[in-house]
Design a protein around this ligand. Structure first.
Ligand code: ZN
Length: 280
């Protein structure tokens, strides 16, 4: 389809820009259970009780009248100049991320594979897709996965006015909150095309910008073995892997590749985990 071809061309053009932007940026994520006293709670465990209850003791400590110390508003993340590209922290941790879904055909297959190996991943969903398959976001919540904001309609944000960018991000936050049960804490710009307005609006909406370290290039339809090779050769502590569970193509290559590289990464001693914010 012509639209898909345009999509591919844009991605090809922007992939280069994203790669250039990747140079020199440090990772700012904490990873691994118990690795930092700043992490207030770990990622939810799978199961229906997964969504963490509010910590009531925190609220009780806050003054209700003006006599106490000033009430501290929740800290927003800083306005960054570059997205986060990799995880910091000790250990052989890696992050698997899947963009552009959820897709009713491919996303359940990816979730099945992750469940088989008891692994959690991050899904950067588009609001328009999430609205059509809210049950998949509900399943992601139940199974302990993280859902991030990938805008409503996957536009090139750098070509939009600020109000349009805000609308793309806000609407997606709302549909995620409705279906997943929590507002997203992370966002990713389509095509890796970031600008100052995107970073500012993300901060205002309490989301951190997460890009990636290794692009699996699954969107180029390179064949299952090529995707496996790209991921396995790119594997290293702190690496964030980009894949796609939707986006206009047959994603069976992505599904089949995951079934091959995931057990290999685990055999190699990697812990596949989800992003955690330093202060939440
Ligand atoms: Zn995307």
């Amino acid at each position: 389809m012509q639209k898909d071809q345009l999509f591919t061309r844009r991605r090809a053009l922007l992939a280069g820009a994203a790669a250039v932007g990747a140079v020199g940026t440090t990772g700012l994520l904490l990873s691994g259970p118990g690795q930092s006293a700043h992490v207030r709670h770990a990622a939810p465990a799978p199961g229906p009780q997964a969504r963490p209850a509010p910590n009531s003791s925190v609220y009780r400590l806050q003054p209700l009248t003006g006599d106490g110390p000033p009430r501290v508003a929740p800290a927003r993340p800083p306005v960054r100049r570059e997205p986060i590209l990799r995880m910091s922290g000790r250990g052989r941790h890696m992050l698997l991320t899947f963009d552009d879904g959820p897709d009713p055909e491919y996303t359940p297959l990816i979730l099945d594979t992750l469940a088989l190996y008891d692994v959690r991943a991050t899904f950067f969903v588009c609001g328009g897709m999430a609205e059509r398959s809210p049950h998949l976001l509900s399943r992601m919540a139940d199974e302990g996965h993280v859902v991030g904001n990938h805008t409503w309609s996957h536009p090139l944000l750098t070509q939009l006015r600020r109000a349009q960018i805000r609308s793309e991000m806000e609407r997606t936050c709302e549909v995620i909150e409705e279906a997943y049960g929590e507002r997203p804490r992370w966002f990713r710009a389509p095509y890796g095309a970031w600008n100052r307005a995107v970073f500012q609006l993300g901060s205002e909406l309490d989301m951190e910008p997460l890009a990636w370290t290794v692009d699996s290039l699954d969107w180029t339809d390179p064949g299952t073995s090529a995707i496996v090779d790209t991921v396995e050769h790119g594997a290293a502590p702190g690496v964030v892997v980009l894949s796609h569970d939707a986006g206009g193509y047959d994603r069976m290559q992505t599904v089949k590749a995951l079934r091959r590289y995931l057990p290999q990464l685990l055999d190699d001693g990697y812990h596949l985990t989800v992003p955690r914010r330093a202060s939440v």
